[in-house]
Design a protein around this ligand. Structure first.
Ligand code: ATP
Ligand code: MG
Length: 409
């Protein structure tokens, strides 16, 4: 048997990028031979094994044929006769379809190295159109390598458009989609992921709520970029520039969905868009089965981001309600993520990227003040049950009023 490094590890070494996980392909072997060498089989359907020591993935060279809809709709054929070239041709992009032996000799039948040099994300063969997940994968690679100047080849974008229009994208499971979406959002330029999905018509299918924001105007005084879709991309971009976690990035992407529901005659204003957007945020959350912390933060940011911007003008009682809604006493981290998401929203506007955002420290201070109200003295005064809760609230309100006054002076 011959063993080759394939896929990302070869690509990233040639790009001079750090290689994290290595995928291997094995030519000329049978399942029995692999098992005899101590490899552990991964799944029932795939001829994939884990190395007994390194735990890295070793796949038998295989060919595949589309036999139905979705990811289950593939028939694999692995046998010792399948050649390296036959295995590589079923891969998504030419830059992912190179293999390397232990002497670093490159096998590159589909010119991945040329495309690496020319900074092109190009499909290997027309079979690309057999797996809709590739639309998301290519958009993700476009986000990852945007910084290096990579672009999607026009023919590949054409196939992605064909997949988007064929209804195949709907066959993707929430789990497979979310895995790609979440990884893409954590890239350095996640806005490129959304932009590429939009360019090939996939955004309209996957997240019509985001797609529809493009072309919806906002008041120029607050939003020099005007377009709500462009604004959303900029907010997402800011969240990556500021190295924010997935929760914040997800919330940034979804914070303004309500603007897509504003009747045209109300443009460019968006009255109550925060509240109107909640059902859309919920729908997107559920469509991809986003993790609970992502879901929660997106809804809270959707509902309260304008509160964040108006923090300094909020009445003490409104400020208290805001803090209570976030349960800042038990969930301080979540409120902090809300604050940064608001800041990203404020900076994700044309020409305002460097503006200061005093609201952030003001809100942090308010949370500290509310948290600083001690329970013990109230217990000593004999408060308990619901009355204790009320008394605590009164004390917090008093403290916030004092905080507000001191901040104003
Ligand atoms: P990453 O750095 O994100 O791990 P990768 O290219 O190694 O990038 P993997 O998901 O680890 O991506 O897949 C390994 C290889 O398997 C890819 O390089 C590609 O050749 C192939 N591959 C993975 N998923 C698909 C797919 N859906 N369609 C076609 N080929 C795929
Ligand atoms: Mg990999």
């Amino acid at each position: 048997m011959q063993i080759y490094k394939v896929g990302g590890a070869v690509r990233d070494r040639l790009l001079g990028k750090p290689v994290t996980d290595i995928d291997w392909v094995v030519v000329g072997a049978t399942t029995e031979e692999m098992l005899a060498r101590g490899f552990r089989p991964v799944g029932a359907d795939f001829p994939v094994f884990l190395h007994p020591k390194s735990g890295e993935e070793y796949a038998l060279a295989r060919t595949e044929r589309k036999s139905g809809r979705g990811y289950g709709g593939f028939t694999f054929h692995a046998s010792p006769e399948v050649t390296l070239e036959e295995d590589l041709i079923r891969r998504d992009l030419t830059i992912n379809a190179m293999a390397e032996d232990d002497q670093q000799n490159l096998t590159d039948p589909y010119h991945g190295q040329r495309d690496l040099e020319e900074r092109i994300l190009r499909h290997v063969s027309p079979a690309f159109a057999e797996d809709p997940l590739r639309v998301l994968r290519v958009a993700r690679f476009a986000a990852r390598y945007a910084e290096l100047g990579f672009k999607v080849a026009p023919e590949t974008l054409g196939l992605m458009r064909q997949l988007s229009e064929s209804g195949e994208l709907e066959a993707l499971t929430a789990e497979r989609s979310w895995k790609e979406i979440s990884r893409a959002l954590m890239e350095d330029q996640p806005q490129v992921f959304i932009q590429v999905l939009r360019d090939c018509g996939a955004l309209k299918v996957l997240m019509p709520e985001v797609d529809t924001l493009f072309g919806v105007p906002q008041p120029e005084a607050h939003h020099p970029e005007i377009d709500s879709g462009i604004h959303t991309l900029s907010v997402l971009e800011q969240s990556a520039l500021h190295k924010q976690p997935l929760t914040v990035r997800w919330a940034c992407l979804l914070h303004d969905l309500g603007k897509g529901l504003t009747p045209e005659e109300e443009w460019p204003r968006h009255i109550a868009h925060e509240h109107k957007g909640l059902k859309l945020i919920k729908a997107v959350n559920e469509r991809f089965k986003a993790p609970k912390d992502c879901q929660e933060l997106a809804l809270l940011v959707g509902q309260y981001h304008t509160h964040g911007h108006r923090a300094l003008e909020l009445k003490a009682s409104t400020l208290l309600e805001l803090l209570q809604s976030f349960d800042v006493y038990r969930r301080p981290q979540r409120f902090e993520e809300f604050i940064v998401a608001c800041e990203m929203d404020a900076r994700g506007r044309k020409g305002l990227e460097q503006r200061s955002y005093p609201q952030a420290d003001y809100l942090r201070g308010a949370a500290n003040v509310a948290r600083g109200v001690a329970v013990q003295p109230l217990l000593e005064k004999g408060f308990k049950g619901p009355e204790l809760g009320e008394a605590l609230k009164r004390e917090r309100l008093k403290a916030l009023k004092a905080y507000k006054e001191s901040a104003a002076s």
